[in-house]
Design a binder for this molecule. Structure first.
Ligand code: FAD
Length: 467
């Protein structure tokens, strides 16, 4: 019999749960991908993620062709396209890997219902995570809302079984022979023709392998280097985890077996990813609302001019501005800087975290609803296991601590390149002569600070305290 494997955020052929189950059960397996109109339509036309997906699909298609098959691609609404394709290919079943976002769950339910009406089965598998929402629970069977005990339970449950790769390669001769398929060009999909490689974002499984090979020799120093944005500390694999061009089982196994402080800390980050995914699954209302209901309706002044300054990287706080420019120019932002800019938006500019969350969602190439929402609610002190509201990052001391010589700042704020030492972290405190020597007039070459941290800090404390 024939089966479809519907690819979504699992753009690889190896160690792939849905391919494995489909290939084991059926003689003829067809890989399909839908450029889903309802997802694509609201996106900006120069969206880097669409370009990343496109490049990754091109690589996957070439791989399927090497195995005598091909990739069936449609630009359509998945809710109707999947049942149509299943009928067209006379498929007995459709296989997919589970997606845990509320919109994806609703879409998959609709597709499963439509398929059932045609007498076609829909099988979904765990693939994106080591443990799903109901696999790591408290002793009383509830979800964990504090990370450390969650992590402890997660690690206690881990064994070889959970990280064993799916041996897809054994069954590849069951991939269907198909007439040549075409992958529509980005322009045909209505998007700008961006080449991720030219933007230094290696796509596809080769891109993931390249990043992993680069990271593994550094993994021992991960803990030591990961907080310094000018250093090559983290793995930069987030976009690959997002679109499944790498297998979580492979990464978790590597980190777990390696051991040592660096690998253990990195494994913790992979566990944070699953922690936030299970929060979103158990408490889907966090998409839109504070995890702590008492902080859901804080009276933020929400000044649009301050928000625009933040988005555009012209707040006058160099580390914040450099970080926002990194996001705008590359689609990536270093984790330390995500924490700093998020805290700054909420507690210095007094803007609702949901505004920042939305901006990140639009710009981040690795945007993931659960991790982004979790990160924002952590920084805004509205989340589970969040930063307490009275712990407010000082953007100048964060800068002095994590970008001491200003190397990261200078990369994205070249107008400050001539400032030395302490001045680069707070140009408004520099001596007039130093500014003059660096050729900088504040307000002309670089903004004066849009707010005073000490003043805003007190306002933020008062705002939270009233609740
Ligand atoms: P590494 O340090 O190499 O970490 C390895 C992997 O672990 C990451 O690729 C990611 O999958 C996972 N991970 C690391 N930290 C976290 C975390 N705190 N929460 C969940 N997973 C984590 N991560 C996203 O993947 N998508 C987002 O949309 C996102 N938004 C964020 C927003 C805010 C405000 C904050 C504070 C953090 C956010 N993060 C998000 C988490 C983290 O910043 C990124 O995962 C990380 O910077 C990606 O870079 P990397 O792959 O080099 O990470």
């Amino acid at each position: 019999s024939t089966a479809l494997v519907w690819l979504r955020r699992d753009l690889r052929l190896h160690d792939h749960a849905a391919f494995y189950h489909a290939l084991k059960q059926h003689q003829r397996v067809i890989a399909v991908f839908i450029f889903d109109r309802p997802i694509l339509e609201p996106l900006p036309r120069d969206d880097r993620r669409v370009a990343f997906i496109h490049a990754s699909l091109a690589a996957l298609q070439a791989e399927l062709q090497r195995h005598g098959s091909d990739l069936v691609v449609r630009h359509d609404d998945a809710r109707s396209a999947i049942p149509q394709l299943a009928a067209e290919f006379a498929a007995a079943a459709v296989y997919a890997n589970r997606d845990y976002e509320p919109a994806a769950i609703a879409r998959d339910d609709a597709v499963a219902t439509a398929l059932a009406a045609q007498g076609i089965a829909f099988h979904s598998s765990k693939d994106q995570v080591i443990f799903e929402q109901d696999e790591v629970l408290t002793q009383s069977g509830g979800m964990y809302s504090v990370f450390t005990p969650y992590k402890r339970a997660w690690l206690a449950k881990l064994n070889d079984f959970y990280v064993r790769p799916y041996p897809v390669s054994r069954y590849l001769d069951r991939l269907a022979t198909l007439p040549a398929q075409t992958l529509p060009a980005l322009a045909e999909l209505g998007f700008a023709d961006i080449d991720p490689a030219a933007q230094r974002i290696p796509a596809g499984i080769d891109g993931a392998e390249q990043l992993l090979a680069d990271f593994l020799p550094r993994i021992e120093r991960y803990q030591e280097l990961r907080d310094f944005p000018a250093r090559k500390g983290p793995s930069y694999l987030s976009v690959h985890l997002r679109f499944g061009t790498v297998s979580i089982r492979e990464l978790a196994a590597l980190a777990w077996r390696q051991g040592g402080a660096g690998a253990e800390t990195w494994l913790s980050e992979l566990i944070w990813r699953e922690f936030y995914l299970q929060i979103l699954w158990h408490r889907p209302e966090v998409a839109g609302h504070a995890f702590k209901p008492e902080y859901d309706a804080l009276p933020f002044p929400n000044d649009p001019a301050l928000f625009a300054a933040w988005c555009e990287g012209r707040t006058g706080y160099p580390l914040v501005d450099a970080a926002m420019r990194q996001l705008n120019q590359t689609g990536y932002m270093h984790n330390r800087l995500r924490m700093v800019t998020a805290s700054f938006l909420v507690k210095d500019l007094l803007i609702d975290w949901r505004w920042g969350e939305r901006y990140f969602a639009e710009k981040l190439i690795d945007f993931d609803l659960a991790a982004n929402n979790g990160g924002w609610q952590w920084a805004a002190s509205t989340g589970c296991d969040a930063q307490p509201y009275f712990r407010i990052f000082n953007p100048v001391s964060q800068s002095e601590k994590f970008d001491a010589d200003g190397r990261f700042i200078k990369r994205y704020c070249p107008e400050l390149a001539m400032l030395s030492g302490k001045d680069i972290h707070a140009p408004w405190l520099a001596k007039p002569l130093s500014l003059q020597a660096a050729g900088i007039v504040l307000g002309r070459d670089y903004p004066a600070p849009v707010v005073d941290h000490a003043v805003q800090r007190d306002k933020a404390l008062a705002l939270f305290k009233k609740n």
